[in-house]
Design a protein around this ligand. Sequence first.
Ligand code: MGP
Length: 249
Amino acid sequence: MSNEFVFIDSGNDQDVFLEKLALKKSDLPKDLKKYWEDRYSLFTRFDEGIYLTPELWYSVTPEPVAIFYAKFFKHCLPELQNVLDLFCGGGGNTIQFARFFKEVYALDYNTDNIKCTLHNAALYGVDQKVHPIEFDWGKVQSSKGSRLLLYLNERVDVVFASPPWGGPSYTSQKVYNLDDLMPLNIEDLLRTCFEISNNVCLFLPRTSDLKQLSEVTRKLGKPKCKVLYTYHTGRLKGMSVFWGDNFTY
Ligand code: MGP
């Protein structure tokens, strides 16, 4: 098996890494303080020593939503074994997938995010099921990217992606333009996901442009996608979009 994509933590810069973590409310920038109030929604085991970088505070999927994804995947695809979490961030989704499935490939371009994911997964006792991969999905069209697509295609049954939406200011758009997703626009992102599996789920802004979703689905030759508006504690948090015949509810 190729070792090209295996993430190895050298451990040398641990002190620098720890300094970057914002674990106290006072460490967070003003505009992120509201996420602190939700810390137990993000991770019920927050007080056991969860690691998050400032950027991860606003992009981690709340734990009940992550549990929903894992259970829903299991319900729709009972034979499913391996999941890819394409933008693993702080590991919110990776941890829950790892609780329910055999293996999770957790990919991120940022070393700190991968370290957070591994550390947080260890707190939940599931780190042994997590295969970390450090790679910038914006470079997926490179030759290394082509090899990675092949590697993942051979191992992964379903692709989950909760990509960067552009930070908390995504709400300034009345209807969110899905070409603003990072690091790829919706069409390029989906194209690469479908190279890995026909089962794809994206977590997108609640105001995502439905017309754009429908057009890109048709353009990529898929019969339909299914949209679930996703709430947590009565508040609309985002839109879950599923491609693949087995995603039924
Ligand atoms: P939010 O909409 O910024 O906050 O994030 P809130 O408090 O729910 O909004 P309010 O209007 O009700 O006050 C809600 C959730 O969306 C976060 O917990 C994340 O799960 C997700 N989320 C937010 N952002 C900015 C991102 C992002 O850039 N990428 C991803 N993947 N998820 C995000």
